[in-house]
Write a protein that binds this ligand. Sequence first.
Ligand code: CAA
Length: 258
Amino acid sequence: MSYENVLTETIGKVAVIRLNRPKALNALNDALMIDLGNALLAFDADENIGCIIVTGSEKAFAAGADITVMARYNYMDVLKGEFITRNWETIRRVRKPVIAAVAGYALGGGCELAMMCDFIIAADNAKFGQPEIKLGIVPGAGGTQRLPRAVSKAKAMDLCLTGRMMDAQEAERAGLVSRVVPADKLMDEALAAAIVITEMSQPVAAMVKDSVNRAYETTLAEGIKYERALFYSCFATEDQTEGMAAFLEKRPPSFKNQ
Ligand code: CAA
């Protein structure tokens, strides 16, 4: 399947989706978000794929929602058109692990999109920010909600109120990104992490993702209960039998995703 605004490729069991509006620094318009959503759902449904990487260009992961489009909108346009709600959160429906490989600008909706992925690997030239306030709007795709959960209230307030950018090192210290790597190694590192994940039991990887995400949606007691139920259910899988047998036999496991 080919798309106009994203490029896709598969490398073994890893799918790579590259945002591709280079002239606009991957500004996120409807056409791009629809293509991204469709590509994500197609790879999620593909049994041969175990992990998805979402990336952009060397200069920009994405510089935010498309300002040229938003500049024409009034209240009724965004309300009736369900702007953002309509096609931005498809990524949250994906059950397979999704890694954001971020180089260059991840601003506004670009930062929010990266935060909708399961974890972020950043190139050392990455810059994150929620500059919406400078446009006279608040972040609209989760910036005020996911950023304080990922970093801290102080850092999120600082970024959302001043609109300043933070570099990759600051983002790693703050806990927004899991690792920072040299820009020219970004895809190699993201691919290596993705391959490790594809070698795990895929149903169990989906459970891990689901359970970690649950931590942000519920109380500790409910989250622990949820995790316990998933943990017990692993003992109904062949992959648990195989994983533990492989450990005891001192050999690598061969998961069958059963
Ligand atoms: N929307 C539309 N076009 C954009 C864009 C955006 N968010 N960001 C960059 N572009 C376009 C520029 O208009 C420019 O196009 P032209 O060549 O046709 O003039 C092209 O991309 C290159 O950009 P610059 O010339 O500005 O490049 P630069 O290197 O000088 O600056 C930048 C890079 C600092 C990222 C700057 O482009 C910038 O500040 N962009 C806007 C960032 C922003 O405010 N993002 C938040 C958007 S609002 C949002 O996302 C709402 C939400 O929460 C969902």
